[in-house]
Design a protein around this ligand. Structure first.
Ligand code: SF4
Length: 119
């Protein structure tokens, strides 16, 4: 496999990494100033994860949409599916930051939580 250039986003140093997946499944990483860069690059090449953030509609005219996010990272390739699911929601109960509105969203092991205060 060819080399992939990545910027490590784990800390403000923003190391420019060069990563390559080897035939045995391991990932060779260069340019990292610390071991966290190896884990970041390996995760990006093997199974990239992201936290979903977006907005959900509500039934309240004074608060028509509210910010939501997953409470943990989920596979990057599932972000669009979560967005489509969130677009189908309409909250009918007022929420506060941290309230869980969907447990185990789409069976991905993450809860969907509210990050704003409607009260
Ligand atoms: S490799 Fe280490 S030092 Fe460099 S950006 Fe990532 S976490 Fe920071």
């Amino acid at each position: 496999m060819s080399e992939v250039k990545l910027t490590c986003i784990v800390c403000p140093n923003g190391c420019e990494l060069v990563a390559e997946k080897c035939g045995d499944g391991s990932v060779k990483v260069a340019g990292n100033l610390c071991p966290k860069g190896v884990k970041f690059a390996t995760d990006e090449l093997v199974r990239p994860l992201r936290t979903f953030t977006g907005t959900a509609a509500t039934a309240f005219p004074d608060f028509p949409v509210i910010a939501v996010k997953t409470d943990r990272e989920v596979p990057k390739e599932e972000i669009l599916r979560i967005a489509e699911y969130v677009n189908s929601l309409c909250l009918t109960k007022r929420c506060s930051p941290g309230d869980v509105i969907v447990k185990d969203v789409l069976g991905l092991g993450a809860d969907l939580v509210v990050t704003a205060d409607m009260n």
